[in-house]
Structures are given as C-alpha cells and as structure tokens.
Design a protein around this ligand. Sequence first.
Ligand code: SF4
Length: 228
Amino acid sequence: MQESFDFSAYARGVRRFSRALMSSVGSGAEISGLVHLLTVAAERDLVRFSGSQDSSRIVCGPGCGACCVLNVAVLFPEAVAISRFIRRRFSAGEIDGLRARMQELLVRTRWLDDEERLFLREPCAFLDRQGSCMIHAVRPLLCRAVTSTDAQVCQDAIAMVALHGAPSVEMDLFHKQLIDTVYCEFGWTLEFLGFDHRPMRLATAVLALLDDPDIVSRFVSGEKVPIH
Ligand code: SF4
C-alpha cells in the first residue's frame, strides 16, 4: 500500500478537509475541536493506509522522551488546543509549575538554533520526570511525526551530535510523511484563509495563550497574533 500511496491526492484531501473545518471556527473551543478532528483523521489514516508490519516497528510512545530535547514548531491552532487541555486537566498549582518551566526553557534556549539546543539537551517543558509527555493526548503534529524504530539509536544520535558522528535513526518514512503532509497542508490552509500561519515555538505559543487566552479572538479576526 505505501509504495503506491498518492501523497499528492492525500494532501488535496487534507486541504479540502481543513479548509472546510477552518472556514467556520470562531472560538477557542471550535479551534481545539478542529485540531482534534484533524489529528484523529490523521491517526485513522495511518492505520488505514500503512502496512501493519511497519507500524509495529515504531517504538515512539508515551514514556519514551528520548528525542524531547528538539525544538518543536506548532501552528497557532495546535497551541490553542494544548493550552485548553492544560487549563482543563491541570490544577492551578500545576499550571504555575508548567509556566515556570516554559519560562525557564525559553530563557535558556531563546537564541539557540536547533543544533545548539540539541547540544545542550534541554528537555521540553512538558516532559515529566519519568520521561512521559504530560500533554501526550494533544501533542503537536510534529511530535507525532517522529517514528524511530530504536530508542537507543535516538539517544546515541542526540548524545553524539556535538561530535558530528551521530548514527542515523531509522524511521517509518510513510508515517512521517503522512503526518508532515497534514502539518504542511494545515499551515497552507491557514495562509489561504488569511489566518496567522507562522510556525511558532511550542513553549512560546502555549505560554502566551495561558497568559492571555484572548489572543484567540485576534487570530480569528485575521490579525497576526502577538507571539514571537
Ligand atoms: S510535546 Fe511531548 S512529545 Fe513533544 S517534545 Fe514535548 S514532551 Fe516530547
């Protein structure tokens, strides 16, 4: 199935689907629901179109935070869904703790490019002490695109990045390409409809939304949101 999979046709389908959904959103709850639908559809398509043999080789999942030291980009609607999840699922004290972690991470990594961030191995603010993602249910699309077949190789690759001799990580490329397609088409949909379509740093966008949920109304009205 994968060899003959028509990614261009799939991309057109995602575009149609995301445009239809995005054309009618007006609130944070609707944006969050749209991201959920898009994600569920992508996960369903992975099961539908990928060979079960390849999928079973993927070792990424809750509890493996091996690669959670990479910069992660999100589209604004993804950050809306994450910030709403955090407000619903975490106590006020836990949210304060998460805020502090995000602020600290941003101070430490603000001027670092992807490779420099990797070198420092600063973990994501949402990675808990057991190595689990605290927002796994609503994690960004680009986190879902990671499809390693060997967690140890991921750890070795990250540990050796400074030596420029990192081993290559074998991935399920079909899975990665499908999720990347959803991310790109969703971004183009936002641009096409006149919404802010910039990729944003995960912690920057979520922190801004926790501090000021009203940013959503500026996004909905087509303004560039005040996130840099
Ligand atoms: S959001 Fe979750 S999966 Fe993504 S980098 Fe952070 S801890 Fe890892």
